[in-house]
Design a protein around this ligand. Structure first.
Ligand code: SF4
Ligand code: SF4
Length: 198
């Protein structure tokens, strides 16, 4: 966790950040009790704890928040959300942080953002996760050579039936990145439309 002193006089403070992130501004009622941090199994690895992140959002520290790795490490377990005494939709807000960072092209933790993108593209295509294609898409978008290092692990998993595709065990994934068609295409398009609305 980060112990740095944040500059609250920085000109980059964005007073509209909270509203842009949570339209109903529910985060304003956070009382900094720390229950979210105490409930979070990933907090130990974050640079700012969930409680710190919510205070930073309140203070308009947009750049510091969007460049942190905190929200990328969220596993969407909802523990913080169900325990927050103020009923703040924290997990949804973390999802909004991920979307905002991607929309602004913040690439500091591109391995994480690329993983999410690959995951959603595969789900859009098949309606479920296709593990083999997910891994191929992810490595192609980050570091294709890294795939070589994972070959022994991949082969071991394949032979034990731990990596399957749409029709069960198979050695080669389909061609990736072909078109935007898919079983959940209509649903994804609708969400994109809704999110594009002002
Ligand atoms: S649990 Fe809720 S009220 Fe407490 S610090 Fe976290 S967000 Fe704020
Ligand atoms: S939803 Fe994310 S931030 Fe909240 S407790 Fe779970 S991992 Fe932590």
């Amino acid at each position: 966790m980060t112990q740095e002193i944040l500059d609250l006089t920085a000109p980059t403070r964005d007073r509209a950040f909270l509203k842009a992130l949570v339209p109903d501004e529910k985060l304003r009622v956070c009382i900094q009790c720390g229950t979210c941090t105490a409930s979070c199994a990933s907090a130990y690895a974050m640079d700012y704890t969930p409680r710190q992140i919510w205070r930073m959002v309140q203070l308009g520290l947009r750049d510091e928040v969007l460049n942190s790795k905190t929200f990328w490490l969220c596993s969407t377990c909802y523990a913080c959300t169900v325990r927050c005494p103020r009923g703040i939709p924290l997990t949804e807000t973390i999802g909004a942080l991920k979307r905002m960072a991607i929309a602004r092209g913040i690439r500091r933790y591109k391995e994480s953002s690329n993983f999410y993108r690959a995951f959603m593209d595969v789900v859009r295509r098949y309606g479920r996760v296709d593990e083999l294609e997910l891994m191929v898409r992810y490595f192609l978008s980050t570091n294709p050579l890294a795939m070589i290092g994972y070959t022994p692990l991949g082969l071991a998993m394949l032979t034990h039936g731990k990596v399957t595709g749409q029709e069960g065990l198979r050695m080669a994934p389909r061609l990736v990145g072909v078109g935007r068609g898919g079983r959940l295409n209509a649903l994804f398009r609708k969400v994109e439309e809704l999110e594009a609305e002002p």
